[in-house]
Design a binder for this molecule. Structure first.
Ligand code: PEP
Ligand code: MG
Length: 583
């Protein structure tokens, strides 16, 4: 096959080289993990048993059928039994388990996807329609397999066994992306998505190269194709020539060396050249991310996106985590951070993070019942979360952060509910820190234009640039079609950041930025120059940002930042920020 190149939106840097693993939306519903060599035969047996069970089920239906049942029904069952006996279903997935070491569900779905693609290409309508039968029979086998599913145990593979794999999909939801976090994939490619979609954010948190918005990658790339991902340029090379491969292997080695060098900064305090301390905090999705945060010497957690505890659960909104489960998760994060503050954001559900995927009814979910709006509409759910967070505050420094807040009555209702949760805890003799600080996310332009309303009621502010940019520039952050309009350096965005930082300084209210912009080293000096002293970002970005802090001369960059704020032409701003970084 000839080599070809695709261009998309770079969302997570670095170079990945591996074999394509295509994932359809059906395949996303099953677990993916590699099994150890010695477990392969047991896994084969598990799939064979499931197939036998389904055979028996079909036989029972057949024999129990009333004599006068329509003949089509019997014919239908016969077709299903035939499909199940066909080596394409009964044998090939077993070979996949043995050869690729996929778990049974993954092996079956991989083969079914392959068959479905073949059926779709058939001219004959009758044969094309058999695709549905294959899917239905596979669904039956998967159902049985689910009953025998084992807990997910990541396998430690030695180096020789490592299979370098790159996920290729049309789209992946943030919840599905979480499934992949403990696995062995080396990169991600999707047709849809944009820079600040939560799927992109999760990819960044995994610190592996990813390119989204590739349009039709999932139909152009075939299973097992060799691909190179250039996560910095947003370029994907399929079936690369030896020369190209060599170039990227060298770049990969160079990047790894640079990463290793950065690690030396782990223990250095983040202070500017003139000795001003800067807090570099971590954004986390789940408590275990605290390991990565501690590994890079984060000063605390600036944003715990608590909604990830709620996503990807069977039953969606009917199966949200209860108080105890949440409390254990928050306490775990607090304990793992060993005395450093942990800022827990209350549930930010909605838009591209739905509790019940597929049941979206809002006309425009980014402007719908999201985040605090959802929580205030579901007081029982909200109180449960508040109690769980407050209880964790008995184990270390916890701060509460409220997302998407824009109205005074929303702030007042939220504060009243926090008091209510405290009373409930007092009544049940549960410990908590009575002085837990409460902060607001500044992510709606209206909040920036009404800062005194927040400052008078809140202990701290945290700017969510991802949403602030989405709402001020009116671009859906997850929509590939408008991704080119996303620009943190838009003069309007810069003015809003400056206004918030300044208002914080004047009133003595701490202000941080926890949107993705905070983790971009190319903006660090600009933000420092604007007066920002607290940044929160993916752990993987902390050391690169620290390096920028360490060679920042505040007096010098403050003057330059002021100049940038007086500029009105985007190209000039871009140029000035580039020069500022080089200072
Ligand atoms: C933001 O909007 O910048 C933010 C940090 O929150 P999220 O990305 O989860 O919406
Ligand atoms: Mg946000």
């Amino acid at each position: 096959m000839a080599s070809f190149t695709l261009h998309g939106i770079p969302v997570s840097g670095g170079v990945a080289i591996g074999r394509a693993h295509l994932i359809t939306s059906a395949a996303l519903d099953v677990q993916h993990y590699l099994i150890a060599q010695e477990e392969a035969e047991a896994e084969v047996q598990r799939l064979e048993n499931a197939i036998t069970t389904v055979h028996r089920e079909l036989e029972t239906i057949w024999t129990d059928m009333p004599k006068d049942a329509p003949t089509e029904l019997r014919a239908f069952l016969d077709v299903h039994a035939m499909i199940l006996s066909d080596p394409q279903i009964s044998q090939v997935p077993l070979n996949i388990i043995r050869e690729r070491r996929y778990n049974a569900e993954w092996a079956l779905v991989t083969q079914v996807d392959e068959l479905v693609a073949q059926f779709e290409e058939m001219e004959e309508p009758y044969l094309r329609e058999r695709k549905a039968d294959v899917q239905q029979i596979a669904e039956r086998v998967l159902k049985v397999l689910r009953g025998t599913a084992k807990p997910l145990l990541p396998v430690a593979l030695d180096e020789a066994e490592q299979v370098q794999m790159v996920v290729v999909a049309h789209d992946i939801s943030p919840a599905d992306m979480m499934q992949f976090r403990d696995h062995m994939f080396n990169g991600f490619l999707t047709d849809l998505g944009a820079q600040q979609s939560h799927t992109a954010i999760v990819a960044r948190s995994m610190d592996i190269p990813a390119v989204v918005g590739l349009n039709n990658a999932s139909s152009l790339i075939e299973q097992d194709d060799w691909v190179v991902i250039d996560g910095d340029a947003g370029v994907v090379i399929v079936d690369p020539s030896p020369l190209v491969l060599e170039y990227y292997r060298t770049r990969q080695a160079t990047l790894q060396k640079a990463k290793k060098k950065l690690k030396k900064l782990k223990k250095s305090a983040a202070v500017t050249l003139d000795g001003t301390p800067v807090a570099l905090m971590a954004n986390i999705e789940l408590p275990n991310d605290c390991t990565a945060a501690m590994d890079v010497g984060a000063n605390g957690v600036g944003l715990f996106r608590s909604e990830f505890l709620f996503l990807g659960r069977q039953g969606g909104s009917n199966n949200t985590p209860g108080e105890e489960e949440q409390f254990e998760a928050y306490r775990k994060a607090v304990e793992m951070m060993r005395g450093r503050p942990v800022t827990i954001r209350t549930l930010d559900i909605g838009a591209d993070k739905q509790l019940d995927p597929g049941e979206q009814t809002e006309l425009n979910p980014a402007l719908g019942l999201r985040a605090i709006r959802y929580c205030l509409a579901e007081p029982k759910l909200f109180l449960t979360q508040l109690r769980a967070i407050l209880r964790a505050s008995a184990y270390g420094k916890v701060k509460l952060l409220i997302p998407m807040i824009a109205h005074a009555f929303e702030i007042d209702q939220t504060l009243a509910m926090i008091e209510q949760a405290k009373t409930q805890l007092r009544n049940t003799n549960k410990n908590f820190d009575p002085d837990v600080e409460v902060g607001a996310m500044i992510e709606i332009p209206a909040a920036v234009l009404a800062l005194p309303m927040f400052i008078s009621r809140m202990d701290f502010l945290s700017i969510g640039t991802n949403d602030l940019i989405q709402y001020s520039l009116a671009i859906d952050r997850a929509d590939r079609e408008v991704a080119h309009l996303y620009n943190p350096l838009h003069p309007a965005v810069l003015q809003m950041l400056a206004m918030t930082i300044r208002a914080g300084e004047k009133s003595g209210t701490p202000v941080s930025i926890c949107g993705e912009m905070a983790g971009e080293p190319r903006y660090t000096k600009l933000l420092l120059g604007m007066g920002l002293r607290e940044f929160s970002m993916q752990p993987s970005q902390i050391l690169a940002v620290k390096q920028e802090v360490l060679n920042s001369d505040l007096a010098l960059i403050a003057t330059k930042a002021k100049r940038v704020l007086n500029m009105t032409e985007p190209a000039a701003i871009e140029h000035e920020v580039y020069k500022l970084r080089a200072m």
